[in-house]
Design a protein around this ligand. Structure first.
Ligand code: ASP
Length: 324
């Protein structure tokens, strides 16, 4: 175990952010400090970087609100590469909080890793008076080093969440994430794990990716899949505009147990008849849709709209004829 490596992949975010004023937790610039510098600033970690026990790579440096497919592909390729190395025990990814749940779900659906892949973040910039990133990094390292750890998880403010369940639920407080009614997998307390339930399954999520290989992803073109929301007065105009723009998939963020405004539903059914893949996900913050409601449109129970979009994109890419 002692010669096993931990890989740190940096992508930016507030954890790598800096501010002009150490008390400013909102007016800072994300993605300014390299992951190598974040690690070597931490007591105890500098030595590990120096000896090669920790492998450190800067995959990207961006505010995760600007996350895009190019970075996802680059990240997935590096994660897949390191997962295959026998001497790698686990991977820590530093990431912004804004789209962290999307990247986590994307990696879990695509790779379903048997080793721990831990995304961590911060709500305060690295040079804040009391930054939260250093402790989150140390906690993520505990999870990535766990011999029993498995699957893609998110570590923030001492809690461990599964990629399928995690959502950012608060715009500013330090514990900004929740797995809502699924609950956290466990906690990191004083460097020790206290587990409450199983790690995410070590298998590719067939519903989401249908066995799409990370190598295929590098050559694939990403389908245009957009999210539309059902709300009072939603009349389908957006759907008609998206059809004109060549949309290939639509996720409807449905009300309640998957209900959709009748005028929006009419537009979505028409879109389906024109070959567009449509799926429903509830816009409710908690719970999962139960069967027996709207059957006119397929459903993605248990997925939030942003995760249902990723599942639909991966499914469409897998179904697409291969260019080579
Ligand atoms: N906008 C930042 C990001 O997602 C927010 C954060 O990291 O907390 O990169």
């Amino acid at each position: 175990m002692s010669d096993q490596k931990i890989v740190f992949l940096g992508t930016g975010g507030t954890i790598a952010g800096t501010a002009l004023n150490a008390l400013d937790h909102t007016g800072y610039t994300a993605a300014q400090v390299g992951v190598h510098d974040l690690l070597t600033a931490l007591p105890g970690l500098k030595a590990g970087v120096g000896t090669g026990r920790y492998v450190v790579e800067q995959v990207a440096q961006l505010d995760s609100k600007d996350m895009g497919f190019d970075v996802w592909v680059k990240l997935a390729l590096r994660v897949a590469y390191f997962l295959e190395q026998e001497d790698v025990q686990g991977i820590v990814i530093t990431h912004g909080t804004d789209t962290l749940e999307e990247t986590a779900y994307f990696l879990q659906a695509l790779l379903g890793p048997a080793k721990p892949v831990v995304l961590t973040c911060a709500m305060r910039p690295s040079d804040a008076l009391a930054p939260d990133g250093p402790q989150n990094l140390l906690d993520a390292l505990v999870v990535a080093s766990s011999a029993t750890g498995c699957g893609v998880t998110v570590v923030c403010a001492g809690a461990i969440y599964g990629a399928d369940d995690v959502q950012k639920i608060h715009p500013s407080r330090l514990n900004a994430f929740s797995a809502v009614d699924a609950g956290p997998i466990g906690f990191v307390e004083q460097g020790r794990l206290r587990l409450l339930r199983d790690w995410p399954h070590a298998q590719v999520n067939e519903m989401a990716s249908g066995g799409l290989l990370v190598s295929q992803l590098a050559d694939a073109s990403w389908p245009r899949v957009e999210i539309v929301m059902s709300y009072a007065g939603a009349d389908g105009t957006v759907v008609r505009a998206l059809l004109k723009a060549g949309v290939q998939g639509l996720v409807v963020a449905a009300t309640g147990n998957g209900t959709v405004h009748q005028d929006l539903e009419t537009a979505l059914v028409l879109a389906m008849q024109q070959g567009v893949k449509v799926t429903r996900a509830t816009r409710c913050a908690e719970g999962r849709m139960l069967p027996g409601g709207n059957d006119a449109l397929p459903a993605a129970p248990g997925l939030t709209p942003v995760k249902a979009r990723i599942a639909l994109m991966l499914g469409l890419m897998r179904a697409a004829p291969k260019s080579r």
